[in-house]
Design a protein around this ligand. Structure first.
Ligand SMILES: Nc1nc2c(ncn2[C@@H]2O[C@H](COP(=O)(O)OP(=O)(O)OP(=O)(O)O)[C@@H](O)[C@H]2O)c(=O)[nH]1
Length: 377
């Protein structure tokens, strides 16, 4: 068990951005972890589709396997469906299926019932640096086919590789793709299908942010998590809090104040720093115990009177909070509230686990306990 309480030394602009170790150093088993692992037992699928070389495999490798963006240059073309179960290493209990670019829906061996049937979200990747007319035609075929089989699928369009475009060009491309894709659907009488669009690149945090939003739509407990985060931050003097899936750096929930990309990036960088420092200095030499566990926490003081505070929620989840330095003077209160928050989260997933059914839509009891406890401190 190790606890890293960093203090000072880090300033905005000078913090180290480390890479996540591939061999993630978790150790002692977390009692809550099994509950949470099985909580999302239905394991919906996320399908990654798009033309050849649009960047599907790169996205999957960068987000879930810590591959550095430059290494994706050497990825070979995918020739068959690659099914990746990320549930062993991540809170995100989904299977990601990476499809070859040249897949043919009219091939009799393509079993659309099975493929689209259990699918939660379909991510269609469009290479924004290339001519996208063919991709739009393929998007239309894919969406109409998938919707016919399973009308509950969420359709997510990643306008990808936007690192090569100027800001104006990005906006213009997004507008054009949005217009054309929706016009095609309207012409086919499918205007009821909703497409969500994201500008993404593996060379910055946009791909993690977009994936976060895709995953959040598939977490039935999201409104409760948001509610708990709102209560937690408003009673603790915290400005913003993200609940992170540590391995993928996807945020599975945040409070209801708007997300500003810079804050998200800062929190992602903090996770990298903490894991790197913990793995180097946190483990004890004579045991296999992990460097990073439930006791781990970190405080980074920035040179603009802002504090980043990270606490481990369980083996997969960490909360990262942003607050003013003076709010942190009451660290005892924040820590106490954090314990209430952690307990409430565990309860939320326990309910799901026990009843094997969707969670209670709002959880007045859980919130009540938390509020009461928060009030007492
Ligand atoms: N500039 C830029 N290049 C990217 C990005 N994402 C992926 N690439 C590059 O795009 C190329 C193709 O990526 P892949 O991930 O192999 O594409 P794919 O869609 O899986 O291709 P298939 O397996 O043939 O269907 C690689 O050289 C990647 O490095 C991005 O965000 N920006």
């Amino acid at each position: 068990m190790a606890s890293y309480e960093g203090d000072g030394g880090f300033t905005t602009g000078s913090y180290v951005v480390g890479s996540f170790p591939k061999d993630y150093g978790y150790g002692a088993d977390d009692p809550d972890h099994d509950t949470i692992v099985t909580a999302l037992d239905s394991k919906p699928r996320i399908l990654l589709m798009g033309l050849r070389r649009s960047g599907k495999s790169s996205i999957q490798k960068v987000v879930f396997h810590k591959m550095s963006p430059n290494e994706t240059l050497f990825l070979e073309s995918t020739n068959k469906i690659v099914k990746d179960d990320v549930s062993n290493s991540s809170f995100v209990q989904f299977q990601i299926w990476d499809f070859p670019g040249q897949i043919d829906f009219f091939d009799p061996t393509f079993d659309s019932e099975t493929i689209f049937g259990g699918c939660g979200a379909l991510i269609f990747v469009i290479d924004a640096q290339d001519d996208y007319m063919e991709a739009l035609a393929r998007l239309h075929t894919t969406v109409s086919r998938a919707h016919k089989v399973n009308p509950n699928i969420k359709f997510e369009v990643f306008i990808h590789k936007v690192d090569g475009l100027s800001d104006d060009h990005k906006i213009e491309t997004q507008r054009d793709i949005y217009q054309r894709a929706n016009d095609d659907l309207a012409d086919a009488g499918l205007e009821s299908i909703h497409l969500s669009f994201y500008l993404t690149s593996i060379y910055d945090h946009s791909i993690f942010e977009a994936f976060s939003k895709v995953v959040q739509k598939l977490i039935p407990q999201l409104p409760i998590l948001e509610n708990l985060l709102n209560i937690f931050i408003s009673n603790s003097g915290i400005e913003k809090a993200f609940l992170f899936d540590v391995v993928s750096k996807i945020y599975i929930a945040t409070d209801s104040s708007p997300v500003d990309m810079q804050s998200y990036e800062l929190c992602c960088d903090m996770i990298d720093v903490v894991i790197d420092v913990s793995c180097i200095y946190g483990g004890s030499e004579d045991t296999d115990n992990s460097a990073f566990d439930q006791q781990s926490s970190s405080i980074i003081k920035m040179n603009n009177a802002t504090i980043l505070y990270l606490r481990e929620v369980n083996k997969f989840l960490a909360i990262v909070c942003i607050m003013r330095e003076d709010s942190f003077e009451r660290q005892g209160l924040i820590d106490y509230n954090f314990h209430c928050f952690r307990k409430a989260i565990t309860e939320v997933f326990n309910v799901r686990h026990k009843h094997q059914s969707p969670p209670i839509p709002s959880s007045p009891q859980t919130n009540g306990i938390l509020e009461e406890n928060l009030g007492k401190t």
